[in-house]
Design a protein. Structure first.
Length: 437
């Protein structure tokens, strides 16, 4: 692997892409440490230190921003508005006929949908930036911090608008940096920035486990967490690569004096067809009642119940609800992202058929049957991966959004596999050995 990586750097055009990607990553990480105007930086640092390992509702978003959210920096919102906008547009494509027609138009339609995604990203950034500023002003961003209410000393409307504009502009810059990586670098830019944001939290999270450990100065706990993390990465790689291949045979057709078709191929159906999206959906949905309860006044019964049962990651009600939501969203996302009837119609149109299955409706029913059968283990796998490592690591003193936890490990493995495959394909074009043998 190291030899192949060295050969990649010896190739001028590939080296240029790798260096360009690394340069964008450096710019992104610098932006996550630049505070926005109107924030008391000393108060923020004090509250971050006091809230270490207890980030509450904002822990997941803080992880996706590389720790920039709780620092209230220019890139505080990170890539999350773009991710949310992309998911919303993908869901609306199934509901709105105009978007579905654009998706079928090819490159021109995709460019139009990308433009809509950018507009929606800016709108969501304004909304989330306003919510973050309001949360910081009220002191709810760091519960229990002695100086939480002095994070934003000047609460004038002009200062608030300036802070929201700065964070919205930061989100637009992050989106632009991601697109630059996609166009001129290696891999998918947005995915790589998300990968870097999560990986940036590794050192501090690991060191926090070492400091809180009691066996051999914390090194036993530290080594155990590293070993468990590597085992979980290996297991996730194994499952992410697993797929059910449905054979497809294309009949021969005579056009003039030439024969077309007669080839054999397959439809790859992954065990985890939905990826990490069900976990993000479930996490976001669980944060809504807790967020509403946080801003609600008084001590009503529903607020007390939510604070006791839906804000602690190790509570049984939270675990069961989280697991069921992941399973539900796994089936929901697979249902809207893979249309068996459309696949069956396309196969019939080009003379393709599954051996032993009639073309048309029987093919669609067979694809639906197979898809439902493999989605069950895929959804259960997602639920277990999202919960088991997190619960085990919390026992070692790690936060619930530790990088070896559920959501982050799925993203890290998925992005890593796709990026390595892309580098390998470019190496193979130049007759080099790739990363994957």
């Amino acid at each position: 692997m190291l030899t192949a990586f060295a050969r990649a750097f010896r190739t001028p055009d590939l080296r240029k892409k790798l260096l360009f990607t690394l340069g964008i990553i450096v710019v992104y990480r610098v932006g996550t440490h630049i505070p926005i105007p109107g924030v008391n930086y000393q108060a923020v640092q004090k509250c971050v230190t006091e809230a270490s390992g207890n980030q509450g509702l904002f822990g997941l978003v803080n992880m996706f921003s590389g720790g920039a959210l709780l620092q209230i920096t220019v890139f505080a919102l990170g890539i999350m508005p773009y991710i949310t906008a992309s998911i919303i547009l993908q869901l609306l494509t199934v509901v709105i006929p105009r978007l579905e027609a654009l998706k079928k138009e090819g490159q021109a339609g995709t460019a139009k949908i990308t433009q809509y995604t950018r507009y929606l990203t800016v709108a969501l950034a304004i909304l989330q930036g306003t919510g973050l500023v309001a949360t910081a002003r009220s002191g709810a961003l760091f519960n229990g911090c002695s100086v939480a209410t002095s994070i934003v000393p000047d609460q004038a409307i002009f200062t608030t608008i300036t802070m929201v504009i700065c964070m919205t502009a930061g989100t637009a810059v992050v989106m632009w940096l991601g697109e630059l990586i996609t166009d001129r670098g290696i891999g998918n830019g947005m995915s790589i920035l998300m990968f870097i944001s999560i990986a940036a939290t590794f050192p501090s999270a690991l060191w926090a486990i070492k400091k809180s450990g009691t066996l051999a100065g914390g090194w036993i706990e530290f080594g155990t967490v590293i070993a468990v993390g590597l085992i979980m990465v290996a297991l996730v790689v194994f499952v992410e690569q697993a797929q059910r291949r449905i054979p497809v045979q294309y009949a021969k057709r005579m056009i003039g004096r030439r024969s077309y078709g007669g080839t054999s191929t397959y439809i790859p159906l992954k065990v985890n067809q939905a990826g990490v999206i069900p976990v993000i959906f479930a996490s976001s949905l669980l944060y809504i009642p807790a967020l509403v309860a946080q801003f609600a006044g008084g001590k009503s019964g529903w607020k007390t119940w939510v604070e006791q049962n839906l804000t602690k990651g190790d509570h049984p009600i939270y675990i069961v609800t989280y697991f069921l939501l992941i399973v539900f969203f796994a089936f929901f996302y697979v249902a809207i992202s893979f249309n068996p009837e459309e696949v069956a119609d396309n196969m019939k149109k080009y003379g393709g058929f599954i051996p032993g299955i009639r073309a048309g409706r029987p093919t669609a029913e067979y694809l639906s049957y197979v898809l439902n059968r493999i989605t069950w283990p895929g959804s259960l796998y997602l639920g277990l991966i999202a919960l088991v490592p997190t619960m085990a690591l919390v026992g070692f003193g790690a936060s619930q959004n530790f990088p070896f936890g559920g959501t982050s490990i799925l993203i890290i493995v998925g992005v890593g596999l796709e990026t390595v495959k892309q580098i390998e394909s470019q190496l193979q074009q130049r007759n080099y050995e790739g990363f994957l043998r």
